[in-house]
Design a protein around this ligand. Structure first.
Ligand code: CAA
Length: 249
């Protein structure tokens, strides 16, 4: 069990998965900073209030994870106002689905920047200091579709596959310093992102899930909390599939 009030940053905090992650980490006693995309400030404030009503005191701060300097500014602010960052959950991500024939360069770039560059942009701000202090937990959220590829998601599948490559390299660099780096690859979870997939396509996908249903955000969040635990120091460089059995490897 976690035994401390370490500071945790969750990016994409006000999304479906992020909300559950912030709750799970708060339940562990972590001081949670929920980072939101700057244009979503109004939603983020409402989200923070709703979290408060539910008994969760989460600090919110803006960050554009695709922008290196914005990530630097976030981490500096967290360190000054709250404390050293010991847990980082790189959760923010977007889809811009299209078959390659119809995919524009802007759709490719947006997904690669937000889903893959972001992992470096955020990790770079905290990694060295985690190593110096001798403790860190980094959890990168990839996807089932980074493991198996997905029709209409060349951009997303490429970025998400890259996430785990980054994890494995960073895990080796952090291993002797008490810093673990792991990937979680969620399958189809009942979030807005998945509900945006056309209904008939989604129905077919659900039909391919052995467990027979979409996942729940809490089922990803509990894996995050497990990997962020103080006692999880022997798990590093791993990729946790949480997908209802949709892809076994
Ligand atoms: N395999 C093979 N062929 C397929 C296919 C598949 N999985 N899906 C569609 N096709 C075929 C269609 O049958 C159709 O064939 P014809 O032209 O011969 O009729 C052709 O491909 C075009 O299909 P669409 O009409 O669907 O094409 P579109 O351009 O309207 O839409 C799409 C393409 C946007 C990619 C749409 O298919 C789609 O939204 N697919 C779902 C993609 C998906 O799963 N996204 C996941 C989002 S959630 C997420 O990413 C979270 C996570 O991490 C898991």
């Amino acid at each position: 069990m976690a035994d401390s009030n370490k500071v945790a940053i969750v990016t994409g905090a006000n999304g479906g998965l992020g909300t559950a992650m912030c709750k799970a980490l708060s339940d562990q006693g972590r001081r949670v900073v929920g980072a939101y995309f700057p244009p979503e400030e109004e939603q983020a404030k409402k989200w923070q209030a709703a979290m408060g009503d539910a008994g969760y005191q989460v600090t919110i701060m803006p960050v554009d994870v695709s922008d290196f300097d914005s990530c630097g500014a976030l981490v500096e602010r967290v360190e000054q106002e709250i404390g050293p960052v010991e847990i980082l959950v790189n959760n923010a991500g977007i889809t811009r689905d299209a078959v390659i024939k119809k995919m524009g360069k802007h759709q490719w770039d947006a997904v690669l920047r937000t889903n893959l560059d972001s992992i470096f942009n955020m990790t770079k701000q905290v990694f060295e200091k985690m190593c110096e202090r001798g403790f860190g937990r980094i959890v990168n959220i990839s996807s089932l579709n980074g493991q198996k590829g997905q029709f209409g998601q060349a951009n997303y599948s490429a970025a998400k596959a890259g996430v785990h490559g980054f994890t494995m390299a960073a895990a080796q660099e952090g291993a002797r310093k008490g810093v673990t780096v792991n990937t979680i690859s969620p399958g189809y979870i009942g979030t807005e992102m998945v509900m945006a997939v056309p209904e008939e396509v989604r129905a077919k996908i659900v039909g391919q899930i052995p467990v027979g249903r979409l996942g729940r955000p809490e089922e990803i969040a509990r894996t995050v909390a497990f990997l962020a635990d103080d006692d999880a120091g022997f798990i590093t460089g791993a990729n946790f599939s949480v997908n209802g059995g949709q892809y076994m490897h």
